[in-house]
Structures are given as structure tokens and as C-alpha cells.
Ligand binder design. Structure first.
Ligand code: ADP
Ligand code: TMP
Ligand code: MG
Ligand code: ZN
Length: 188
């Protein structure tokens, strides 16, 4: 038996992570390969039972709370597993993914690498360490229009580092504009 591969898609909000994940789903779907897709229950932004991109492409997915639930849903004949919004899961997701790839299942996942405070999301960092391929996406900076957006910036005051939302709460910016918006040029 061949082991599976792990592909991780990261970047700020609106950088096309979910769209790219859905493109990989299509490749397996066209090849008539079996797969299952998962998303965190907490992500109820567009739909409860589908992974949905900001341009409204979608794929049916199991909403789960605990990464262990992925193992319960797997029958063993899947060629691939797809997981969106990995930043919302506990670090145990990395263990579950390892088990899948060592059992011959390809895993494609996507999520934020950084919080709006420019802190790494731990689960994403951990999974990136195990990846065969990390695809780092960029967004168009909301402030200067350059294709250099690497950080999500929060435009509202309320909520912490875990706070589901979209255009109502966040914009994507480049590092220079992030510094300007924060009102200084220092690293904190
Ligand atoms: P992500 O999952 O990374 O948030 P999606 O794949 O859901 O991204 O959506 C990407 C789409 O969002 C782009 O194809 C584009 O149509 C749209 N979009 C909106 N704002 C931006 C932006 N600032 N930069 C790039 N794309 C944007
Ligand atoms: P997206 O990358 O597909 O646009 O979705 C990112 C989700 O993560 C969205 O629901 C907003 C949320 N989020 C946080 O919870 N904390 C953060 O620091 C950031 C930037 C986003
Ligand atoms: Mg997304
Ligand atoms: Zn900018």
C-alpha cells in the first residue's frame, strides 16, 4: 500500500484557499475517486453542510466539532479527505491527518495561517510541518490594491481571535498597509 500525501493551502482571508480546495475536490470527483469533505461546525457563515467559497462555489461536507469524528466517518475506501478552516480545530487534527496519510489517503486542507493579530494559528502551523506541499496564497490588498495581501485585518472592535465572519468584520491587507492601519511602524 502506498501512503497518501498531505497538501495544505494557507493564506489570509479572500486569498482563494477554499476555491483552490474545491478545485482539488473536482479533480478527484472527475476521476471518479471516493472522497469525504469536512468543515468545523463553528463555520456557519454561508452554509452548515457545505464548504462554500466567497464566490459561492460549494462542496458537500460533514460539519464536525472534534477531529476524531473524521475517523468515525471514514470507511477506508476513500482516495482523499478534504478539510476546510483547519485553524478552528484542536491541534489533535494533526494526529488524525497523520493517521489518514499513513493509511494511504490523500489529505487536502486549507485554513488561515495567521490571526488578525498576526499570530500563527497553532493547528495550521503544526499541519504545515507535516505537509508534502504548502500552497501559500495572497489576496489583493484592500488598501493599496497590490496583489500582496498576506494578513487579515479586523475592521470591528468586538470579538477575539476566534470570530467567524466575512466582509462585515475583516479585510485582507499587505504588511505595509497593516502597519499603517495599526497606526505605527513598529513590530509588536
Ligand atoms: P478564502 O477561502 O481564502 O477566504 P475564497 O476561495 O472563499 O477565499 O474566495 C476567493 C475569492 O474572493 C476570489 O476569487 C475573489 O473573487 C474574492 N475576493 C474578494 N476580495 C478579495 C481580495 N481582497 N483579494 C482577492 N480575492 C478577493
Ligand atoms: P476564510 O479564510 O475562508 O475567509 O475564513 C476565515 C474564517 O476565520 C472567518 O470565519 C473569519 C475567521 N477568523 C477568525 O476567527 N480569526 C481571525 O483572526 C481571522 C483573521 C479570521
Ligand atoms: Mg475559505
Ligand atoms: Zn497594501
Amino acid at each position: 500500500m502506498k501512503t497518501g500525501k498531505l497538501v495544505v493551502i494557507v493564506g489570509p482571508m479572500y486569498s482563494g484557499k477554499t476555491s483552490e480546495l474545491i478545485q482539488f475536490v473536482e479533480i478527484y470527483s472527475l476521476g471518479k475517486k471516493k472522497f469525504k469533505a469536512f468543515k468545523p461546525v463553528i463555520d456557519d457563515r454561508y452554509d452548515d453542510t457545505h464548504i462554500v467559497s466567497h464566490t459561492n462555489t460549494k462542496v458537500k461536507a460533514f460539519p464536525i466539532t472534534n477531529p476524531e469524528e473524521i475517523k468515525n466517518k471514514i470507511s477506508g475506501d476513500e482516495s482523499a479527505v478534504f478539510i476546510d478552516e483547519i485553524q478552528f480545530f484542536s491541534e489533535n487534527l494533526a494526529e488524525v491527518i497523520q493517521e489518514l496519510i499513513f493509511n494511504g489517503i490523500d489529505v487536502y486542507c486549507s485554513g488561515l495561517d495567521l490571526t488578525y493579530k498576526n499570530n500563527p494559528f497553532k493547528t495550521t502551523s503544526l499541519i504545515m510541518s507535516y505537509a508534502d506541499e504548502v500552497i501559500k496564497k495572497k489576496a489583493v490588498c484592500h488598501e493599496c490594491g497590490e496583489y500582496a495581501g498576506t494578513i487579515s485585518y479586523k475592521i470591528v472592535e468586538n470579538g477575539g481571535e476566534i470570530d467567524v465572519g466575512g466582509f462585515d468584520k475583516y479585510i485582507a491587507v499587505c504588511r505595509n498597509c497593516y502597519v499603517k492601519l495599526k497606526g505605527g511602524n513598529s513590530y509588536e
